[in-house]
Design a protein around this ligand. Structure first.
Ligand code: ADP
Ligand code: MG
Length: 352
């Protein structure tokens, strides 16, 4: 049995015909860092709040550790669920020092143990020297570490974080992705993190749960999700992609498309007329002197620093499709030129 289980969780808010969360099933193992990823309004926060006990599901069952925390209208209150919550705005008490903020969650502990544990988690988050400061006297990144220390202090079974990176600017955001994961790993805790940002999700988690309209679309490791997105929504939500339709050939290894025949990485079980392919831009490789299998006219070149993004019109192949292709920055490619390219089959996959 998994450490955390959500079974057939559905949530209707009062007066709404559409469920905010729709028949979710999710198993989380001890020590895993999981992110709930999806566009605004897809039900991420609602799912987190149901785990925390701030919101009750309309139907379904939730288990955390060896406790059933929700089943059939029987709900365990948040403080008995063994959860540590980090809120989006950190929710630190401004009139309390960092140390007192962290101690707050330990009010049932013995005085000496409280003091020791507070010291321990402040060291874990690298803020032992700031114990006597007030939240207004430390930076945003440090405030977030205090919020995490406070959540970790009572040794919760699971830490829940809602959009932990959204209040941070780009540079700090990248640093905090690393810091938060390394603190969670050191604390050896299970964590569920909500984000709408694919980069955040990929950088911090063991597995990503992509949601849309209250429904789980796919659960996979970042690598698997990027390489084998299940459907076109996931393919487009986790990175850039080209979605191209075609006809699967009899050998089940090739798809005939408007741009030419594309080779699939693995033989598929499926057999249908119209299939959709996701081809990642970096799966297309520009070839010199027309030696590639596909050609097109460059309509636009965007320079990102790490690579050039080419918008290639494939109309020469009797279609009006256009594709995004990444090319190395040292290749000089002009708008209006004809490029030839190959498609690496391991960055191609069939999607629903
Ligand atoms: P996310 O965190 O993914 O942006 P939410 O879980 O906050 O999404 O919201 C999911 C859906 O539920 C949205 O349509 C939102 O408007 C609705 N919703 C969230 N909270 C409430 C509430 N307290 N009352 C009514 N509807 C709500
Ligand atoms: Mg939210």
């Amino acid at each position: 049995m998994s450490f955390i289980q959500l079974e057939q969780i559905t949530k209707y808010f009062h007066g709404s015909q559409q469920p905010a969360v729709d028949s979710i099933n999710l198993n989380i193992e001890r020590g895993e860092i999981i992110t709930l990823l999806g566009p605004s309004g897809c039900g991420k926060t609602t799912t987190l709040r149901m785990l925390a006990g701030f919101e009750n599901p309309s139907t379904g069952k939730i288990t955390i550790g060896d406790q059933v925390v929700y089943d059939n209208h029987k709900s365990l209150p948040p403080e008995k669920r063994g959860i540590g919550m980090v809120f989006q705005d950190y929710a630190l008490f401004p009139h309390l020092t960092i140390e007192k903020n962290v101690m707050f969650g330990l009010n049932k502990w013995k005085r000496k143990e409280r003091k020791e544990r507070t010291q321990e988690v402040l060291e874990l988050v690298g803020l032992a020297d700031f114990a006597n400061r007030y939240p207004s006297q430390i930076s945003g990144g440090q405030q977030q570490r205090v919020a995490l220390a406070r959540a970790l202090a009572p040794r919760p079974l699971v830490v829940l974080m809602d959009e932990p990176f959204s209040n941070l600017d780009a540079g700090l955001r990248e640093k905090m992705r690393y810091e938060i994961t390394s603190i969670l790993r050191k604390a050896n805790t299970t964590a569920i993190i909500v984000t709408h940002d694919q980069k955040d999700a990929f950088a911090v988690s063991d597995r990503v749960v992509v949601m849309k309209d209250g429904i789980i679309q796919q659960v996979a490791s970042p690598r698997e999700m990027y390489r084998c997105p299940k459907n076109s929504f996931v393919a487009q939500f986790v990175g850039k992609t080209n979605l191209i339709t075609g006809k699967l050939e009899k050998d089940l290894k090739h798809v005939k498309t408007m741009i030419g025949t594309v080779c699939l990485p693995n033989q598929t079980e499926q057999m249908c007329e119209n299939v959709k392919l996701s081809i990642r831009p970096e799966g297309c490789q520009i070839c010199t002197e027309g030696t590639g299998s596909y050609t097109g006219e460059v309509e636009r070149v965007t320079y990102s620093g790490e690579y050039q993004e080419l918008y290639v019109n494939l109309s020469s192949n009797k279609s009006s499709e256009s594709m995004v292709i990444y090319a190395p920055i040292d290749q000089e490619i002009e708008v209006g030129s004809i490029v030839s390219f190959n498609i690496k089959s391991d960055l191609v996959c069939l999607v629903e």
